[in-house]
Design a binder for this molecule. Structure first.
Ligand code: NAD
Length: 283
């Protein structure tokens, strides 16, 4: 392999150690950061994600409360729960695990979370603040992407960053956060023509599509930084959106799947929870 491996496991461990130290400092002041997770229905992947989030909280000293609701929970019932968590002083972060069952409007539910407790960074207020370059709670995955680049000393300023994918939770915010770092940003998506002509000009290529190994070596410039956000199940294996083995022969840096962005995303949720807690307590 030619590329340097950007090790998500190592970065996540570093962030968690920093969080643990911050939590200890807060606890010494009598403040216990608290995160509430709400899970509606019985989607197996969502249950695993929430279990991991609770485990991460336990490891770092963050108080966590897991609320599991049946799949037929009404919007009114869910909104009441969100509202009661908004009012609680011991809960600084609220996370509603997505996707929600189809009868629930995700936008309506997310919008009901107090913006200062929206640790996923999906509330329209946080998304808007991010867009205009103000401090806000940023979505965990794209914030994690930037964090990984920073921790490997990868310069973003002035470089051409290409993001494939324009979802509100990954692609679009990744583009905005790269722009904030002064990269020159291009967003590609399902309607983009001549995708590989564009990706070949990327100094930094962030891939968030959800199609196993769609980015092949011929689409990548020699020495580029390749960040693979994708998580795809192929048989009994989890693979990214990048053909890792082949692209690693061309790229300068590359993130693996698993062991890359996913682990850092988890750590960024803890970081957001601490940020939210500090803003609500010590200011
Ligand atoms: P999404 O389905 O909402 O968005 C996919 C995007 O890819 C769309 O904007 C679409 O325009 C674009 N796209 C689809 N086909 C394309 C093509 N042929 N060429 C170019 N663009 C194309 O998905 P998402 O929620 O943004 O997630 C993307 C991937 O990232 C998924 O695999 C998901 O599981 C993964 N993900 C990982 C993490 C993590 O922590 N690592 C977090 C969130 C999502």
């Amino acid at each position: 392999m030619k590329a340097v491996l950007i090790d998500g496991k190592k970065i996540a461990a570093e962030i968690k150690a920093e969080i643990k130290a911050e939590v200890e400092k807060l606890r010494a002041k009598g403040i216990i950061p608290g995160l509430a997770t709400i899970l509606v229905g019985d989607d197996p992947a969502s249950h695993i994600y929430v279990r991991n989030k609770v485990k991460d909280c336990e490891e770092t000293g963050i108080f966590s409360e897991k609320i599991v609701l049946p799949g037929n929970t009404s919007a009114g019932e869910l909104l009441d729960i969100v509202e009661s968590l908004n009012k609680r002083n011991d809960i600084h972060g609220i996370l509603v695990q997505l996707p929600l069952p189809r009868h629930l409007d995700e936008f309506e539910i997310i919008s009901a979370i107090a913006p200062e407790k929206d640790v996923d960074g999906f509330h329209p207020v946080n998304q808007g603040l991010m867009l205009i370059g103000r401090d806000a709670i940023y979505p965990c995955t794209p914030a994690g992407v930037v964090e990984m680049l920073k921790r490997y000393g990868i310069r973003m300023e002035g470089r051409h960053a290409v993001v494939i994918g324009r979802s509100n939770i990954v692609g679009k915010p990744a583009a905005v956060l790269l722009l904030k770092e002064n990269a020159t940003v291009t967003i590609c998506h399902s309607k983009t023509e001549n995708l590989s002509e564009i990706t070949k000009t990327a100094d930094i290529l962030v891939v968030a599509v959800g199609r196993a190994r769609m980015v092949t070596a011929d689409m990548v410039k020699e020495g580029a930084v390749v960040v693979d956000v994708g998580i795809n199940r192929v048989g009994d294996k989890i693979v990214g959106d990048v053909d890792f083995e082949a692209v690693a022969q061309v790229a300068g840096y590359i993130t693996p799947v698993p062991g890359g962005v996913g682990l850092v995303t988890r750590a960024m949720l803890l970081k957001n929870t601490i940020k939210a807690c500090k803003r609500q307590t010590v200011g």
